[in-house]
Design a protein around this ligand. Structure first.
Ligand SMILES: [Zn+2]
Length: 150
């Protein structure tokens, strides 16, 4: 099912961990969360259009079992189909992607922006406290703002 010009529902459901799990984890987005994943796809499309380069999603929706398997935060926005982790390799390293998104996050509909371990970007579409809107998370902990990986 296509959710926007460049994004398919399958991209938000796909998970190698779910696929390889024994038994495999069924990570299909439930009907009750379809509105959330549509909103997420709209924001991801605005990000895709912002860079005009392919956006590669590594994690979108996570059911409880999958979130546990990947040791996700217990109340992660991924559980609600309201967050995606991704890279934009044709644009640049995740740090530069995050810096570029930070400047336009209101326009793009991004409610939370996190640079994680310098390796990928997490975007959430559920409002969070102002202090948690832009974060860098890595081995040194959580910092406010987007920072170069240590
Ligand atoms: Zn994430």
């Amino acid at each position: 099912m296509k959710l926007s010009t460049n994004f398919w529902l399958a991209e938000f459901e796909h998970s190698n961990v779910a696929k390889r799990h024994t038994p495999p984890i069924d990570n299909r987005v439930p009907e009750a969360l379809m509105n959330n994943v549509r909103k997420l796809a709209t924001v991801m499309q605005s990000i895709r259009d912002h860079f005009n380069h392919p956006v590669i999603i590594s994690s979108g929706y996570r059911c409880r079992d999958l979130n546990r398997a990947v040791r996700g935060a217990p109340n992660s926005d991924h559980l609600y189909a309201a967050a995606a982790d991704f890279i934009v390799p044709a644009f640049g390293d995740p740090y530069y992607v995050a810096k570029s998104l930070e400047r336009d996050m209101n326009k793009l509909g991004i409610r939370q922006l996190i640079l994680e371990f310098g390796h990928w970007i997490h975007v959430g579409v559920i409002p969070v406290a102002e202090i948690n809107r832009v974060l860098t998370i890595d081995d040194t902990g959580v910092r406010i703002g987007i920072h170069q990986p240590e």
